[in-house]
Design a protein around this ligand. Structure first.
Ligand SMILES: [Zn+2]
Length: 346
């Protein structure tokens, strides 16, 4: 893509998200660059492919602790600076544009959007589902659950039916937790995605890549497999290239809509790591900043991280419920993408 294409991408993304037509500026070119797909650097791609060729062949129960160990090696001091929205390029660009106006956004009337997603990575997470569902039900909050189709938990269709009946969304998180999925051939990714959808009875319209691996081939394959959205690019990751833009948007050349992830619980529970109170503070700050520009706050909470931390989950849900009472829309990723998609079609 050249500078004109980057600027065009950013201009459309801002217009569709905020209703404001930004005037031409070099800042748009920079934002467009942020929004495009940036695959992980070569050394990380090779490391992940190597991991999948060796450790991933081991039983799931062993594989998971080794993955955590690798992350400890990457982050030995276990202290990761957590990005603030106020430091983000795209966020500030939007904030300057909307000034203090009441944002007039694509989802009409609501003061921003909250989407709660849950990546079910393993049996521990699967076993936490009843507790998480109970807490969501008592607060009337819908959520998205992304499943693996060949992990160490059984895909019990009665559980999936119950989820869907309760108004929750079923998304795909992959087959095994292949952390190098996006670095495989497009044909191979396509096969994984098609099999995954079939295993989930064609229910998923959305995808979250295991360990956030992204590439052009992945996005092409998602389009080919009929997915409507991807939610694997982050808004403010410490490790990976981030959009810095807390809104959905469409990449040129794809049908797929990108719904970037704003909050990943691993960041506060594992990488930083913070106390429950500290984690809640980070969640709350990112949420408030996102809602201040009428953005879409997409949180990922791994059910396996809830073991011994149900109190944190409940505090998060209480906060979400408070925002909902104050006029913020709480919905599934699929629903907000549908609303956004119909706006794009206008
Ligand atoms: Zn995962």
């Amino acid at each position: 893509m050249n500078d004109t294409n980057y600027a065009q991408l950013a201009k459309e993304a801002i217009r569709h998200a905020t209703g404001i037509e930004p005037s031409a500026s070099p800042l748009l070119t920079s934002l467009g660059y942020h929004l495009t797909i940036h695959s992980q650097p070569r050394h990380e791609r090779l490391m992940r492919l190597g991991f999948e060729a060796t450790v991933a062949k081991l039983p799931f129960s062993i594989r998971y602790p080794i993955t955590n160990l690798m992350k400890k090696i990457r982050n030995p001091k276990s202290t990761v600076p957590i990005a603030s929205m106020k430091d983000l390029f795209g966020y500030n660009l939007v904030r300057d544009l909307i000034k203090n106006d009441i944002p007039k956004f694509f989802y009409e009337g609501s003061k921003g959007v909250i989407v709660l997603t849950h990546d079910v990575d393993n049996l521990v997470g699967w076993n936490m589902l009843p507790e998480a569902l109970k807490d969501l039900r008592s607060r009337h909050l819908p959520a998205t659950f992304n499943f693996l189709t060949r992990a160490d938990y059984p895909l019990d269709y009665t559980v999936l039916d119950r989820l869907a009946t309760a108004g929750h969304e079923i998304g795909l998180h992959g087959s095994t937790h292949d952390i190098a999925l996006a670095f495989r051939s497009e044909a191979s990714i396509l096969q994984t995605l098609r099999r995954g959808r079939t295993a989930l009875q064609e229910r998923p319209s959305g995808f979250r890549s295991p360990a956030f691996s992204v590439s052009h081939a992945l996005f092409k394959a998602l389009d080919g497999a009929g997915f409507v959205y991807d939610s694997s690019i982050q808004v403010a990751s410490t490790f990976y290239h981030s959009t810095s833009f807390p809104f959905p948007y469409r990449l040129p050349g794809f049908d797929l809509i990108e719904l970037p992830l704003t909050f990943n619980d691993d960041m506060v529970v594992r990488d930083a790591p913070l106390s429950d109170q500290g984690s809640l503070r980070v969640f709350s700050e990112l949420l408030d900043d996102t809602l201040a520009v009428g953005g879409v706050f997409v949180a990922n909470i791994h059910p396996h991280n809830l073991v011994g931390r149900m109190g944190l989950y409940e505090s998060i849900l209480e906060l979400v419920q408070e925002k909902k009472s104050a006029g913020t829309r709480v919905t599934t990723a699929g629903q907000i993408v549908d609303i956004f998609g119909s706006r794009l079609a206008q």
